[in-house]
Design a protein around this ligand. Structure first.
Ligand code: GDP
Length: 425
């Protein structure tokens, strides 16, 4: 059985947020398919078998049935673990939404390329602001009649008061949407007309029709990044072109630093495509790994002492720290029964050990621990800081409660309910 000690720098805990119908489900499904193609646990990669599985999944209409689903994505041949935390479909400030936002480190916001920024897009945006969640945007449905990438970008400015970093330009529109100009690589990524699930794209030179726009938008991108990053500003003032690595590193810094918290502007890289037609999802996955935070990029979690809510205790995201973990969702699995989904903030959580539920003041025995994948679950012996898993056998613990080392108790910050936001249509 695996005792996973993940390299935290290669972990992304993300949510996918959207107005209803924008394509959150389709985008999530495609992410699971593409990551399933590239990685299968304990099995030799077999394209045919994977496609079979995908066909089956599609038939059954199974997408994310789990509060957290783990998948893997190789970026530059390095494997990364992506935990997708299901953010509930409803958009009011319920404790459930709060908890899912609490345990993720970054988010992908999906927009409908026709409708652009919709009322619920605004609501989820404000929720992410409130929790200081760095995010990237995906303008979806560019194959649809009436879709307009730049209108959506303008709405991100005007309705969300954000500063979009346009990372891609669409090539072709509506039924003729072919791919994107990548403004970092300065290459075109194109898909075949009837792209099949899992099909790779071609990286080609930017077509003549798009060279002028590409130069213009590349200029805007460099300027916007420089405006928000000292290192890039120096290069910019010296009239130097950054290398691809320098530019990507700067975009990462800018994205991580910009969380929209306390009324600040969110700087957000914007990507585009059509999840349904299988165009644009792989570059989006690259972007998740490239630009969204790892658990190490996030501030140490804060909690307070059990008998003194004034005494602040911080725990760093490291296996060597005392255990602190938050139960954020309880689900009933048809095969396993009651599962408690837990984010481990510090220390290690081990199957068979006793931990303290510091809110209730009761000991709990950790039963089996599972990592939930789209097509299977994987039993693991223990799990380290920064990770998200499901635990079987917790009897007393309800959502929002802290599990910790009995010798070093802590209660992770309790959630406050903000005033409800009145939606402006
Ligand atoms: P959700 O409510 O945000 O989860 O949206 P869904 O993923 O369920 O998508 C809503 C509808 O839009 C479904 O009928 C999808 O098939 C369709 N859809 C999603 N993405 C695209 C896309 O890229 N292009 C087109 N044409 N339709 C899409």
């Amino acid at each position: 059985m695996a005792t996973t000690s993940l390299d935290l720098a290669k972990v992304r805990n993300i949510g996918i947020m959207a107005h209803i119908d924008a394509g959150k489900t389709t985008t999530t499904e495609r992410i699971l398919y593409y990551t399933g193609v590239s990685y299968k646990i304990g099995e030799v990669h077999d394209g045919a078998a994977t496609m079979d599985w995908m066909a089956q999944e599609q038939e059954r209409g199974i997408t994310i049935t789990s509060a957290a689903t783990t998948c893997h994505w190789p970026l530059d041949n390095v494997d990364h673990t992506i935990n997708i935390i299901d953010t509930p479909g409803h958009v009011d400030f319920t404790v459930e939404v709060e908890r899912s936002l609490r345990v993720l480190d970054g988010a992908v916001t999906v927009f409908d390329g026709v409708a652009g920024v919709e009322p619920q897009s605004e609501t989820v945006w404000r929720q992410a602001d409130r929790y200081g969640v760095p995010r990237i945007c995906f303008v979806n449905k560019l194959d649809r009649t009436g879709a307009e990438f730049h209108r959506c970008v303008d709405m991100i400015v005007n309705r969300l008061n954000a500063q979009p970093l346009v990372m891609q330009l669409p090539i072709g529109a509506e039924a003729d949407f072919q791919g994107v100009v990548d403004l970092v690589q300065m290459k075109a990524l194109v898909w075949s007309a009837e792209t099949k699930l899992g099909e790779a794209y071609d990286v080609v030179d930017i077509p003549d029709t798009h060279t002028e726009a590409a130069a213009e938008w590349r200029g805007k991108l460099l300027e916007a990044v420089a405006e928000n990053d000292d290192e890039m500003m120096e290069l910019y003032l010296e009239g130097q072109e950054p290398s691809q690595e320098q530019l990507m590193a700067a975009i990462r810094r800018v994205t991580l630093a910009s969380t929209g918290a306390e009324g600040t502007t969110t700087v957000t890289p914007v990507f585009c495509g059509t999840a349904f037609k299988n165009k644009g999802v792989q570059p989006l996955l690259d972007a998740v790994v490239r630009y969204l935070p790892s658990p190490l990029d996030v501030e140490a979690v804060e909690g307070h002492a059990v008998n003194n809510s004034e005494e602040v205790i911080t725990r760093k995201p490291a296996d060597e720290e005392p255990l602190s973990a938050l139960a954020f969702k309880i689900m009933s699995d048809p095969h396993l029964g009651k599962l408690t989904f837990v984010r481990v903030y510090s220390g290690r959580l081990e199957s068979g050990t006793q931990v303290l539920n510091s809110v209730k003041g009761r000991k709990e025995r950790i039963g089996k621990i599972y990592r939930m994948h789209a097509n299977k679950r994987e039993e693991i012996e223990s799990v380290g800081a920064g990770d998200i898993i499901a635990v079987m056998g917790l009897k007393q613990t309800t959502t929002g409660e802290t599990l910790c080392d009995p010798a070093k108790p802590v209660i992770l910050e309790s959630m406050e309910f903000p005033a409800p936001v009145i939606e402006v249509a």
